[in-house]
Write a new protein. Structure first.
Length: 755
């Protein structure tokens, strides 16, 4: 359209006035006025370009950045009514003076346009998790050019939502309850919990777990803070605490972090780890004079009874008698009541001690012992009374080396009185735990004997209750046997040698005071501690801590003169006598200042040696080349023709050119009788091996003719031969080649004859 208008304007301006008058466009005017009223051509062209320019530069409804889509990003916690952003569209959308109109194509969208502006506003809440609103918004904005009939422009607009930490972690299935046996070892899995975070994957949903400090929180804990696995941290004891509650927390990594707490109720299950126990250790009973077989005896200080010390299990018990006099009584296995037998009634005089035993029904290895002393109401003999049997001390203890050989006597349990004159039977010893017999034994003299070898690393201490009886009285005491460690193992490193490679530039990331190189791991089969030490050429540059971490001292990093450092690590145990083991350690330090300098110096020295070697090789190459050149030149001289002899000054040497090789050897002319060569062609001398003699000018010939009398021609036989025929045929044959008379004569011109 603009081009068509411009064409019509130019056509009208170029049409003659008479034609315009006939067409009825303008009234006819005089010619003198026509020139004055017609606008200049330059003005018309400018107006036309202005019209065309305005038509082309109408960029309303186009995006300022040249794109086709508008994109905005907002946080999901943006309040309703907030301005999301401003559309970068050309034009003025104001209601009064604007030249464009903006409106949304969609209805009920979560965003809208503020009337009379380019601002995009939030109308509904947005939610990245889509719980209370959409997570993304896509709308189309229609832009209309006012006062034109141009079609509408559609501008796609996208609004994307950023995730924020607006959801706290939530426990699943909380609160929790778990039952754990008291025999569970450290690290045993006790429970698995679970929590989740509805925020998008990332820091806002990364969860960390922890047990909050509080009563009994030391017993359980998470295996690591990123896994919801709860393990035993400290051994449990049902008799100490049989149930407790701890508090758990899960927390995300947002800023600020959000968390949730819950509780875990722990019930400790009792394990069969303790023996039963009698109510009293010693019981006494009086046998009535009228006692009959089956008469129940009354015991003091109370009825015979025992109970399982594992209260959570409380296993049922069975009662019985044991020892040498067990046949004297009958024990009710369920109640523990004691009844007399005929043998007891007949033989009791004045008293007897019998061992009682209470055993768990479900575990015969768990039992308890007590003593029952039965006295007669009326003594039946005149045996003098004896004093009551007693241990000399209530607690016996000894220390035994783990290297003691079986059969060794560890200690003696002494009793009083020692007079055995009136004893009808030897002393009997009973121990509270059957496991005592696995390692030890007690004879009738009270000697504790070692049955099997001890191991300090397995068990370092043994504690038992022991009872002694002489069938009349009894007593109890305790035995404590401590095992002394013997240094029977040498320390061992994990590897027979260590090699580390470190970067000196990483010193900033090491521990304060040095660059961490690595760890030396050593182990001792004996119980005790290990001490690590360093020795060797570069040992002063390093130090090692108690955990075996090896460090390069900070002050040594800058003073290294070698990139490879060698030292020896030694592990010494705490046994008696101490044992030790050593391993070599090599540390390669890269990038250190001093090491770099040393390496540079070494490189310079190496470069110097290399340069000297290269120079020597180059000199040798030059010598070889010179030798080859000399040999080549010598050979060439041998093959080249001999130089012509020098002539006296003033003479011209007529030489013939070098003859071409001929397939046949040259033929020598026959000699005459006078010894001169007779030439063919009537005495004219010709050279068979050359094309012609060189031309000599007339002046030179005259000079030769005038001085021929003094020319001395050496005999051909005396001339040196260079291997060519021309040397044998003479150098200076003139004219026809005849011999010049001795008395002088003329020399013929070249090709002439002698007169």
């Amino acid at each position: 359209m603009p081009a068509l208008a411009l064409f019509l304007l130019l056509f009208l301006l170029d049409t003659p006035s008479s034609l315009r008058a006939q067409a009825g466009e303008w009234s006819p005017r005089p010619k003198r006025d026509e020139a004055a009223t017609t606008p200049p051509a330059a003005t018309v062209a400018a107006i036309a370009l202005s019209i065309k320019s305005r038509a082309i530069q109408d960029s309303r409804c186009y995006l300022m950045n040249g794109g086709a889509v508008e994109s905005f990003f907002i946080s999901e916690d943006t309040p309703i009514g907030s301005i999301i952003g401003t559309l970068s569209v050309n034009g003025d959308p104001s209601e009064d003076l604007g030249d464009i109109t903006l409106r949304l194509q969609e209805k009920g969208a979560a965003v809208g346009i503020v009337p009379g502006s380019k601002n995009l506003t939030l109308l509904r809440a947005l939610d990245r998790e889509e719980k209370i609103g959409p997570s993304n918004v896509y709308v189309n904005v229609r832009c209309d050019r006012r006062r034109t009939t141009d079609p509408s422009f559609v501008i796609p607009v996208s609004v994307r939502v950023w995730d924020v930490n607006d959801n706290a972690p939530q426990w699943e299935g909380a609160p929790y309850a778990v039952r754990v046996s008291e025999t569970a070892a450290r690290g045993t899995r006790a429970a698995a919990v679970r929590a989740s975070d509805r925020d998008q994957p990332g820091p806002h949903s990364a969860l960390h777990y922890a047990v909050l400090p509080g009563p009994h929180s030391e017993y359980l804990g998470f295996e690591n803070e990123l896994e919801p696995i709860i393990v035993v941290k400290k051994p449990l004891d049902f008799e100490t605490v049989n149930n407790f509650t701890i508090k758990l927390r899960v927390q995300d990594q947002g800023s600020p972090p959000l968390y949730s707490d819950t509780t875990l109720q722990v019930t400790v299950l009792d394990a069969d780890d303790q023996n039963p126990k009698f109510t009293y250790e010693h019981y006494t009973a009086l046998l009535p004079d009228d006692a009959e077989e089956g008469t129940f005896l009354t015991t003091s200080p109370g009825p015979i009874s025992a109970a399982d010390q594992d209260l959570g299990i409380n296993a049922p018990l069975q009662y019985s008698s044991t020892g040498d006099h067990k046949q004297l009584i009958v024990v009710n296995k369920d109640t523990g009541q004691v009844a007399a037998t005929k043998q007891l009634i007949a033989e009791l005089d004045p008293s007897v001690t019998i061992v009682l035993k209470a055993t768990q029904v479900d575990n015969p290895d768990r039992y308890a012992l007590a003593t029952l002393t039965i006295r007669s109401s009326t003594p039946r003999s005149s045996t003098p009374p004896t004093s009551r049997l007693q241990f000399t001390q209530k607690q016996y203890s000894t220390t035994v080396s783990e290297g003691a050989s079986p059969g060794s006597v560890l200690l003696t349990l002494t009793t009083v009185p020692q007079n055995t004159e009136f004893r009808e039977s030897p002393l009997q010893f009973y121990v509270s735990d059957r496991s005592f017999l696995d390692k030890f034994a007690i004879n009738n003299a009270g000697e504790v004997i070692l049955r099997r070898s001890l191991d300090y690393e397995t068990t370092s201490n043994y504690f038992y209750q022991v009872m002694v009886t002489d069938s009349i009285s009894n007593d109890t005491a305790s035995i404590n046997i401590s095992v002394e460690d013997v240094n029977e193992w040498e320390p061992r490193f994990r590897h027979p040698q260590y090699e580390f490679e470190v970067e000196a530039a990483g010193g900033a990331g090491g521990a304060a005071g040095g660059l961490r190189v690595g760890r030396l791991v050593a182990h001792d089969g004996d119980a005790g501690t290990l001490a690590l030490s360093l020795a060797g050429q570069h040992a002063r540059m390093f130090y090692i801590n108690a955990s075996g971490d090896l460090f390069l001292r900070e002050e040594a990093i800058g003073n290294l003169n070698s990139s490879s450092l060698h030292l020896v690590a030694t592990a010494i145990d705490s046994g008696i006598p101490p044992r030790q083991t050593s391993v070599p350690v090599t540390v390669v330090v890269r990038g250190a200042g001093g090491a770099a300098g040393g390496a540079a110096g070494g490189a310079v020295r190496g470069a110097g040696l290399l340069a000297a070697l290269v120079a020597a090789l180059a000199l040798l190459a030059l010598l070889v080349c010179g030798l080859f050149l000399y040999i080549y030149t010598a050979k060439k001289r041998v093959k080249s023709p001999a130089p012509a002899p020098l002539k006296p000054a003033g003479f011209i040497n007529h030489e013939k050119s070098r003859p071409l090789p001929s397939p046949l050897p040259p033929t020598l002319p026959d000699s005459g009788a006078n010894g001169t060569n007779t030439m063919a062609n009537n005495g004219t001398a010709t050279l068979a091996t050359s094309s012609s003699l060189q031309s000599v000018s007339a002046g030179a010939s005259t000079i030769l003719a005038g001085s021929s009398s003094s020319l001395h021609m050496p005999d051909a036989a005396t001339k040196p031969s260079n291997g060519h025929e021309g040397a044998r045929s003479g150098e200076a044959r003139r004219g026809g080649g005849g011999v010049v008379p001795a008395g002088g004569g003329r020399v013929a011109p070249a090709g002439g004859e002698c007169a």
